[in-house]
Design a protein around this ligand. Structure first.
Ligand code: 3PG
Ligand code: MG
Length: 348
């Protein structure tokens, strides 16, 4: 795969797929980690005098325009970090004319790509329309590479396509980790998007020494929606009244496992952390991993988990931070990822 450093991008319209799926509370971005990591890539393209068109999703608006899912707050943060005016966010219909007016080094933000059904359904015609906006495509959104969606897997058929620097870094770092994790390997799977976690729980119950699961994931297994081959490796939270956090006994059991680990992979909070009352489990587990920093190799990922750890200044206690939650787990479980397949990129 050709690196973008080697490309002549002067005056080229570059479609850059990023993941600005950041947490928003009352119209304000509460954690801009995913935007910050993308700034060096954008700067690199500005330096190369490209015309940069940013494509991102935010949440799951389900294929229709919904103001609360607009990328407007993202534009503000981008302007702050790049110290530069950002055009947009424009819907595709408006963007066509605006792109024609762009000058070298300009940055334009497309409106939330999941406002379009074609994106979610992975529609070929939609991908073609999108591709028509630019001269080449760069995917720098590793965290969405587990989705078969138009701006990830279909657009690559219609434009010369490249892996971006952050995507390359994620794939390279995670590949190294995947090859020979030091054992015992403990995998912690929490979070809300349980439908994604199903297949990784199954895979990790074979690969890992122990899989510690949050309440929602535990429920999926108990109710038979997730089949696990080696159930003895899965450590469930002890049932408590509300099940909105793991309780003190579970925290102790989880810590005990973590203390014997040489490698920990973690994605997804262990409680309903947006409510302060239910942050304890996630916080205690994070602190325990932090304490053991020198003894174990830790990998953490996912939007909610990163936001939480950032808030408590715990992110630096981890050896590798992936912007992907579901994507990271799928990659580490050895699953094929449609977004990487589309680029023909596997880390070489
Ligand atoms: C994520 O937050 O993991 C990515 O942005 C993908 O979002 P999705 O789970 O809504 O596809
Ligand atoms: Mg370490």
């Amino acid at each position: 795969m050709k690196k973008i450093d080697k490309l002549n991008l002067k005056s080229k319209k570059v479609l850059l797929r990023v993941d600005f799926n950041v947490p928003i509370e009352n119209g304000k971005i509460s954690d801009d980690y995913r935007i910050k990591v993308e700034i060096p890539t954008i700067k690199k393209l500005i330096k190369k005098k490209a015309k940069i068109i940013l494509i991102s999703h935010l949440g799951r608006p389900g294929g229709e325009f919904k103001e609360e899912f607009s990328l407007k707050p993202v534009r503000e943060i981008l302007e702050k970090h790049l110290k530069k005016r950002i055009l947009g966010p424009f819907k595709i219909e408006e963007a066509r004319g605006e792109i024609e007016k762009m000058k070298e080094g300009d940055v334009l933000l497309l409106e939330n790509i999941r406002f379009y059904r074609g994106e979610i359904e992975g529609d070929e015609n939609f991908a073609k329309d999108l591709a028509n906006l630019g001269d080449l495509f760069i995917n720098d959104a590793f965290s969405v590479c587990h989705r078969d969606q138009a701006s990830i897997t279909k657009i690559t058929k219609y434009l010369p396509s490249f892996a971006g620097p952050n995507l390359i870094l994620e794939v390279k770092s995670l590949s190294k980790i995947l090859k020979k994790p030091k054992r015992p390997l403990i995998v912690i799977i929490g979070g809300r998007k349980v439908e994604d976690k199903a297949k990784v729980v199954e895979k990790f119950s074979e690969i890992a020494d122990f899989v510690l699961v949050g309440n929602l994931v535990a429920n999926e297994i108990k109710e038979g929606r997730v089949k696990v081959k080696k159930i003895e490796k899965v450590i469930f939270p002890i049932e408590n009244k509300e099940m909105l956090d793991i309780d003190s006994r579970t925290i102790e059991i989880f810590k005990e496992k973590i203390r014997m680990a040489k490698t920990v992979f973690w994605a997804g909070p262990l409680g309903k952390i947006e409510d302060e009352k239910y942050q304890r489990g996630t916080l205690e587990i994070a602190k325990e991993i932090g304490k053991l920093k020198r003894k174990l190799f830790s990998v953490v990922g996912g939007g909610d988990t990163i936001e939480f750890l950032n808030k408590f200044s715990l992110l630096k206690k981890f050896d590798f931070v992936s912007i992907g939650g579901g994507a990271m787990l799928e990659f580490l479980a050895g699953e094929k990822m449609p977004g990487l397949e589309a680029l023909g990129y596997y880390g070489d």
